[in-house]
Design a binder for this molecule. Structure first.
Ligand code: SAM
Length: 202
């Protein structure tokens, strides 16, 4: 069995299944977690086929930067068509300096089912550089509890919400976590006022 955690592009159609809004994150839940005014610039970390990117784009008049590692996944998204306020960026969220995103250019970043794929290796110093003061990060991923095994990746690839919160804490001033139903959790983190004060760029 391969130990690779990266999503297989030949399974991409499954990401477009509208039942995800019932079994994973509903539109109302996404809106609650993002808590937008409506004009923010967003960053979708690992956008896949754009299933949730489209929904983020409907919640803001700002730009949604959609970062995706695998060109094949982005092709699925491009085939369906991007909302006018989505900018697709091919790149790796474990090395955000490689992207064309300036300092303090994003209000809210969101990772949906991608934290485990990068083995928790998200570039958090780079992310806090890109986030505006008081900017936020929302991480949604698979719970690591026995009643959640029925769906999602194998246990060995999962992180608990406590592990994600502990990884975020050194980079953010406020971190909160919650379960989202049987399968998923959300960890929400907020930056302080000072640009990159906690996490100087490498
Ligand atoms: C399970 S899919 C979820 C896609 C989307 N967030 C959704 O919920 O529909 C995870 C996506 O993250 C992408 N990904 C994994 N590691 C990444 C990385 N280091 N940088 C950017 N994208 C990555 C994968 O290629 C895949 O498209």
């Amino acid at each position: 069995m391969t130990d690779s955690a990266t999503f297989r592009p030949d399974h991409a159609q499954g990401l477009n299944d509208p039942r995800r809004l019932e079994t994973q994150v509903s539109e109302a839940e996404l809106a609650r977690l993002l808590a937008l005014r409506g004009d923010e610039d967003l960053l979708d970390l690992g956008s896949g086929t754009g299933f949730y990117t489209d929904r983020m784009a409907g919640l803001t008049t700002g730009t949604v930067y959609a970062v995706e590692l695998q060109a094949e996944m982005s092709k699925h998204y491009l085939r369906r068509g991007l909302p006018t306020n989505v900018r697709l960026l091919q790149g790796d969220f474990t090395a955000l300096a490689g992207l064309s995103l300036g300092p303090a250019s994003v209000d809210v970043a969101c990772s949906i089912l991608t934290w485990h794929e990068a083995r928790g290796g998200m570039d958090l110093p780079g992310l806090t550089h890109i986030l505006r003061p008081r900017g936020r990060l929302v991480v949604i991923d698979w719970r690591k509890t026995p009643d959640s095994w029925a769906s999602g990746p194998p246990e060995r690839l999962r992180f608990s919400k406590e592990e994600v919160a502990a990884a975020l804490l050194p980079h953010f001033t406020q971190v909160d976590s919650e379960d989202l139903g049987r399968f998923l959790f959300a960890v929400t983190a907020r930056r302080g006022e000072t640009p990159s004060a906690l996490s100087p760029r490498r």
